[in-house]
Design a protein around this ligand. Structure first.
Ligand code: 56B
Length: 327
């Protein structure tokens, strides 16, 4: 199955005004990916090496991945500070605050990855699950609870209450599974219009497939015949990583907007600049992946893990911030 996300990405790239691709940097990053692979830094085993990720898959891992990726968005407050959750004596921030909250709930006996449970989860329970030492509610908490309930009801109604059945229905076709999620669940329906043409990004649908694949090392429920057809996941970190690597070039107007004090990179959902950052990111990473002979999923994980190691002062290109439930 052709990936509609890649088609959208190249269509945007051909028309983009504020984001362009530096071909020499594409080659340089591809060479870096090739050498990182030889050092064992670019493979599915890295996924399970993260302290909060399941290190070895079992029959609950697919449901764990699905719930994490239903909730995998918008971990920043309007003042720019990250969401934080305390777990195992440490404070976890951003995306890791989500994984900490899920694991903490499971440790405390809340079956938050069980579809029959989260199909009726209340907003109050969600607030308790995401309790933060900051004392602040996680942004879009009601939307997170609604997304869980919607997905849980969908699994109960159509797939006998387990995410494994959804995966198996797609017969090892990664693009088909991502498109199924994007078309079946409104919270995964990550799409827009750019210069009058409908475009799709499907960030959480695609990262769900890639997390399933990586968590199972490409075996069992995580085996796909076309994982190479999945694009990178257009979040707010990987575009920043590609810009820091010189692969993405932002216009002066866009940089001025991202550097506006106070509003710190706030972009309206669906605005052309947002679509260009996300679309050109996907197309540029596709060029890197093809040049490196690597899957975009592993290029993505490599870039995301890399940018998360950088100290604040190294983030000389700000991330863009668009409030929403899609990334
Ligand atoms: N493209 C892409 N986006 C990713 C991830 C991950 C985490 N994946 C981990 C699991 C295995 C991998 O090896 C990674 O260690 C989270 N996100 C997105 O980032 C944002 C959160 O950022 P911050 O607030 O700074 O933590 C938010 O949009 C979230 O949806 C990824 O891998 N790729």
């Amino acid at each position: 199955m052709e990936n509609p996300v890649l088609e959208s990405a190249y269509w945007i790239t051909e028309r983009s005004k504020h984001v362009s691709i530096d071909k020499d940097s594409v080659k340089r990053l591809a060479a870096e990916i090739v050498s990182s692979k030889s050092q064992g830094l670019c493979n599915t085993a890295v996924w399970g090496s993260h302290e909060l990720n399941p290190s070895t898959p079992d029959e609950t891992t697919a449901d764990w991945v699905f719930v994490v990726d239903i909730l995998n968005f918008s971990f920043w407050y309007d003042d720019g500070t990250p969401v934080i959750v305390e777990y195992r004596g440490r404070v976890w921030s951003g995306y890791w605050s989500l994984v900490a909250a899920i694991n903490k709930a499971l440790d405390s006996g809340i079956p938050i990855t069980t579809p029959s449970y989260y199909a009726t989860i209340t907003d109050e329970t969600m607030a308790a699950v995401f309790a933060s030492p900051s004392g602040r509610l996680c942004p879009l908490l009601k939307e997170r609870a609604a997304a869980l309930r919607d997905a849980g009801c969908w699994l109960m109604a159509e797939y006998d209450g387990t995410f494994r059945n959804v995966v198996q229905s797609c017969e090892r076709d990664a693009v088909r599974l991502a498109s199924l999620l994007g078309e079946s669940l409104s919270s995964f329906s990550d799409r827009g219009v750019y210069e009058g043409r409908p475009v799709v990004f499907y960030k959480r649908a695609q990262i769900c497939v890639a997390d399933l694949w990586a968590s199972h090392n490409g075996e069992d429920i995580g085996s796909f015949d076309n994982i190479g057809s999945i694009t990178v996941f257009a979040d707010y970190r990987v575009p920043q990583a590609l810009a820091l690597k010189g692969v993405l070039r932002y216009s002066e107007t866009l940089l001025a907007k991202l550097n506006t004090a106070g509003e710190g990179g706030l972009l309206e959902p669906g605005c052309p600049m947002e679509a260009e950052i996300r679309g050109v990111c996907i197309a540029a990473a596709d060029m890197v992946a093809r040049t490196a002979g690597e899957t975009a999923a592993l290029v993505d994980f490599y870039l995301w893990d890399w940018v998360k190691t950088l100290p604040e002062e190294a983030l000389t290109v700000p991330m863009h911030r668009t409030r929403g439930i899609y990334y």
